[in-house]
Design a protein around this ligand. Structure first.
Ligand SMILES: Cc1ncc(COP(=O)(O)O)c(C=O)c1O
Length: 394
């Protein structure tokens, strides 16, 4: 079956954060939204059918996943990422950010230092600050449009601040790097030798562009297994964010038990029946849909690349190796963060994510979500090109 990702699905009046909260978030209704990381595509038909069946059953009592659920996850990760996981080490979570906060709580005390590579998905910083831990930033280094880790600074900051925990974004949102096995091993060795536990957020694992391969942190080596937690979720891959489902892999029995206890402290126990249903069906039956989706995104990226080159050469594409969240270098426009933000909203009539919200190193950038029909992307780019021409004429 051929899926139609060009179809425009009206998301208005569906409680969509992207389409129904302009006023609440201080934005004009006229803006075209390409910010928050969900997709404008319908999920695989098999997932919708399974959810309809559940809905028609008409009873939504307390629910827990069975063995088939865990096997579907394990089979996906083995097939797609060569990771043979022991399903007894998986713990359910309502979301990845919830798991990150919970892990921060059990692995560190108030005031302890936690390190991240900014610019990075902004809830990392928020999770650290809201839990009253000390934020330590190892800023990524941009060279000729590609980002690298400054390993010397990473280790120096760990030692100087007595860092206890590292939250890694693998692949990286927003700079689009799919970290290589070598880079990950170097990070892992530094963390191991300095007693730093690693949370590897792998929610974007499935989105890699041709030529790039995701490395699951869990496959780096036996020696690193006891001091890491891997956050996986079907929610980005299959567009299920509203169903709140994530699966966290914690190898160490002691830490996994403490994690489960902390869930009880939060009063969280059984999971959402729609979330577990969608997760199991998507991982079991959604692969063909996903492969077609990936091709479509490759097409969107090619469209964006060509359009920028031909019509908006001042904005540079940071060539992504993974994720559908694209990092645009707007520094040549010569605008301050506030001016750039206003320009995007007011002149280009777009709702993007401003680079500075991703922390150190984010100034002068914008993040655009290309998981939308190509006609929407095209409209957004036309708005941007028009606004820039107008600015240049002034
Ligand atoms: C790196 C990363 N982690 C986590 C999330 C959110 O995951 P969840 O909705 O499961 O908290 C996102 C969403 O954009 C993300 O980009």
């Amino acid at each position: 079956m051929k899926y139609d990702f060009d179809e425009i699905v009206n998301r208005k009046n569906t409680n969509s954060l992207k389409y129904d909260f302009f006023k609440e978030r201080g934005k004009s209704e006229k803006l075209l939204p390409l910010w928050v990381a969900d997709m404008d595509f319908k999920v695989p038909r098999e997932v919708t059918e399974a959810l309809i069946k559940k809905a028609e059953h008409g009873i939504f009592g307390y629910s827990e996943p069975k063995e088939e659920y865990f096997n579907a996850i394990a089979s996906w990760f083995k097939r797609r990422h060569g990771w043979e996981m022991d399903t007894s080490k998986l713990v359910l979570s309502s979301s990845v950010v919830y798991a990150i906060c919970t892990l921060i709580q059990i692995l560190t005390k108030e005031g302890d230092a936690v390190i991240i590579n900014q610019p990075v998905y902004y809830p990392f910083e928020e999770s650290i600050r809201l839990n009253h831990r000390k934020l330590v930033v190892n800023e990524l280094v941009e060279m000729d449009g590609k980002y690298f880790i400054d390993f010397l600074d990473f280790e120096k900051k760990i030692v100087e601040n007595n860092v206890k925990l590292f939250v890694l974004c693998n692949p990286h949102n927003p700079v689009g790097r799919v970290w290589s096995r070598g880079e990950l091993q170097r990070l892992a060795r530094i963390c191991l030798s300095n007693g730093v536990f690693v949370i590897s957020d792998e929610i974007h694992a499935d989105f890699t562009y041709p030529g790039f391969k995701h490395t699951a942190y869990a496959t780096l080596g036996e020696e690193f297994q006891g001091s890491c937690a891997i956050c996986t979720a079907p929610t980005k891959t299959f567009n299920l964010a509203g169903l709140h489902n994530a699966n966290i892999y914690i190898q160490d029995d002691g830490i996994r038990n403490r994690y489960k206890r902390q869930l009880a402290v939060h009063g969280y126990s059984q999971s959402n029946i729609m979330g577990i249903t969608a997760c199991q069906v998507a991982y079991s039956l959604g692969e063909e849909w996903f492969l077609q989706l990936k091709d479509y995104l490759v097409g969107n990226l090619a469209y964006l690349r060509k359009y920028l080159k031909e019509n908006i050469p001042k904005i540079k594409l940071i060539e992504p190796e993974g994720t559908y969240l694209i990092w645009l270098d707007c520094r040549n426009l010569g605008l301050s963060d506030k001016e750039l933000s206003n320009f995007i909203k007011t002149d280009a009539q777009l709702w993007l994510d401003d680079g500075y919200v991703f922390g150190s190193g984010g100034s002068g950038f914008e993040r655009v979500n290309i998981a939308c029909p190509r006609s929407v992307l095209s409209k957004a780019l036309e708005r941007l090109a028009f606004a820039i021409k107008k600015m240049e004429k002034k």
